[in-house]
Design a binder for this molecule. Sequence first.
Ligand SMILES: NC(=O)c1ccc[n+]([C@@H]2O[C@H](COP(=O)([O-])OP(=O)(O)OC[C@H]3O[C@@H](n4cnc5c(N)ncnc54)[C@H](O)[C@@H]3O)[C@@H](O)[C@H]2O)c1
Length: 357
Amino acid sequence: MHRIAVIPGDGIGHDVIAVARSVLDAVAGAYDDLALEYDELDWSCQRYAETGSMMPEDGIDTLRSFDAILLGAVGWPGVPDHVSLWGLLIPIRRAFRQFANVRPARGMPGVAAPVRGADDMDLVVVRENVEGEYSEIGGRLNRGFSDEMAVQEAVFTRVGVDRIVRFAFDLARERGGHLTSATKSNGIVHTMPFWDERVREVAEDYRDVEWNQLHIDALAARVVSDPAGLDVIVASNLFGDILSDLTAASAGSLGVAPSANLDPTCEHPSMFEPVHGSAPDIAGQGVANPVAAVWSAAMMLDHLGHAEASAHMMRAVEASLADPDTRTRDLGGTASTEEAGAAIVGLVADLAHSSGD
Ligand SMILES: NC(=O)c1ccc[n+]([C@@H]2O[C@H](COP(=O)([O-])OP(=O)(O)OC[C@H]3O[C@@H](n4cnc5c(N)ncnc54)[C@H](O)[C@@H]3O)[C@@H](O)[C@H]2O)c1
């Protein structure tokens, strides 16, 4: 039995997590060795508005006993985004040493890619998730005066860079692919040359894996000019954040982009969440695409050791996308979130039946 902490969060997070749970239940019904138990937590901007905090003071300790965390999205107008991010997501990522943020992007059936060649794209952005440019070191001076200023330090450690680069090399090796390191050592003269040095040294242990490095600007251009030529990309916290939205959008829609925040040591729970946010512009309309959340839940099953059930879930997702009647509005369809979810649930059962699982 796996215990899952479910945090739907805000806005469309509620709709897409409800679908992800129903698909997980359907898959669990098809596999004897898969059992899931959920605890739903109301941590959100709504909670912040009512109580002044995104999660309870002992929130991290509460999560510690779970096997994984499934999150919808947090953020809502009226609550500054840095409050929702630093009040919930970032503390979870850091307390549980979820240093690898894994964001796959690939061409999917029925998803028209706005970028030429992205239909054949099959890549994974591996983003460093706990240090780098997202640091708490810095401050503001002379607030309100004309000489007001802000300083923010980026933090790159040997341990932090080496472990994310190793993770990415391992993934590239596992996929039989190659690795691209995102850098900017021509402009950022301390941290990025250090990043490059560490990549070169770690690469010595992976002589069988082809790799190269590209400056982040050239790499962004490459995502648009030759997306199918990329495989695993390893990037710092900020570069990876931006790049993975670019790769997700190039593939078709934020509504289908999943992510995993992994503690690869499995000492702490890992967290799985769609790349998209709470989408206030469509919240409450029942039109959000649930695929990113369902795909994130499939990544969770894989991480928990259920690769076959995870692949089964993804076959159902792909079959649902291939049918124009079960696509949501962002993909040019007319299905509601619930209808798209029901279609995936139905396909999980059909595929189990037809493959004799
Ligand atoms: N990890 C997270 O929880 C996370 C990530 C990004 C943004 N946010 C927060 O979400 C709020 C809104 O941010 P934003 O508008 O910049 O980004 P967003 O991802 O919420 O929305 C961007 C656009 O994509 C569309 N979209 C997003 N998800 C979709 C889906 N599943 N189906 C169909 N369309 C979808 C939205 O309608 C919107 O037009 C902010 O408060 C932000 O801080 C949270």
